[in-house]
Design a protein around this ligand. Sequence first.
Ligand code: PLP
Length: 482
Amino acid sequence: MGKIKFFSGEDIPLEMHKVRIVQKLELAPIEQRVKYMQEAGNNTFLLNNRDVFMDMLTDSGVNAMSDNQLSAMMIADDSYAGSETFTRLEKTLQELFGTKYFLPAHQGRACENIISQVFVKEGSVVPMNYHFTTTKAHIVINGGSIEEIVIDEGIEVTSSHPFKGNMDIDKLKEVIARNGKEKIAYVRMEAGTNLIGGQPFSLENLQDVRKVCDENGLMLVFDASLLSDNLYFMKEREEQCKSMSIEEITKKIMALCDITYFSARKLGFARGGGICTNSKDLYMKMREYITLYEGFLTYGGMSVREMEALRVGLNESMDEHIINQGPLFIEYMVNELDKKGIPVITPAGGLGCHLDAMRFVDHIPQAEYPAGALASALYIVSGVRGMERGTMSEQREDDGTEVFSNMELLRLAMPRRVFTLSQVKYAIDRIEWLYKNRKLIGGLKFVEEPKTLRFFFGRLDPTSNWQDELVKAFRKDFPDSL
Ligand SMILES: *Cc1c(COP(=O)(O)O)cnc(C)c1O
């Protein structure tokens, strides 16, 4: 069963939950928002959440919990070793994933640290559909390198391919032949490919990747952080998955992989993470690193309350009417913007809606950070906070040369079960206003530029007084609105 159809023919997503605890939001007037943005150095990471109306920065650790998750937190068994809570979580993972062993960790990148330390050596190569920032960093720190071999459609801004996160099988064979299989630490597949717009891979593609791994005696490692969205898209778009339940698809995926890890800040509406495997040998290789870096084997850096919430959240992730909420809201937002001619990444993926700043503000040169400027402008006109995914997120070469990103995106993440449709409509409305007034948006320049991770901590100034002009234009159209 897909989404609920309306008699009127209107095509809107319907929330399959009701709100029982709420948090009040503030929407400051635009004159104040422009000050907040300037105080934050035009960097949305440096805004105070109190000054943000819709926080669409990320879906990490900000998804709403259910009544069942909150009540499960009260029965958490707090003990250093041998906690009942751990046993319950381990059992849930065995039941849902069909994997025997579970190593808990405090979040997704902690799993990546351990997997990389154990399996990546100096000169190792890790082929993957696409990298995630922390994944790549851990592989590189351990002396390895990555090869991104997503299909060509994966990095096209507009496409109708249903599985833009698929791995190119011919390129995988080529990478193995070129490097020699002994150089390959493992092959990595990422669900709901984060950095290319939350795009899924198909079960068929994973089966093909497995075949190549088997032919070459290679291990397949699966990043399941964005599994829920990927499951939803498999069931919606893939013939062999249509008659399967979400749980059946999950078990099929897990059976194809040697190691599965996840960030529970994304998967399971909780916080934390973990590594699952069916191999005692692989489990034993990684086990001591958990106690070294994370905590004892029965908590791994997580609070037991979060572990109970995760246990319930993982069960909820097997319910199609729960995991479809994010993708349906994103699809609604993407399609509405697309209909209005506003440049967005298509088709809609998971994670969020991605505005294409390269086209939105095509008058801003890449050296003046179009996606960063768009993020600043959108906050000023709406109180909506997004995340720059473009040149600002890159790092300069050692000689100071700017590295231009091949996409300039403003990511508007959709935290799960958090926003209502009218809030999403508000965001669409303000984006439409901004698009009509896009020529007013100008560029940004760094005034404080850290060498690494400049997108987190850097501060920028507008290249002209364009922000004042934007406020004036807004006030002309909305004389007495917030
Ligand atoms: C978020 C994320 C991670 C890292 O997880 P954290 O919990 O933030 O450390 C790894 N892989 C993917 C695909 C992610 O989206």
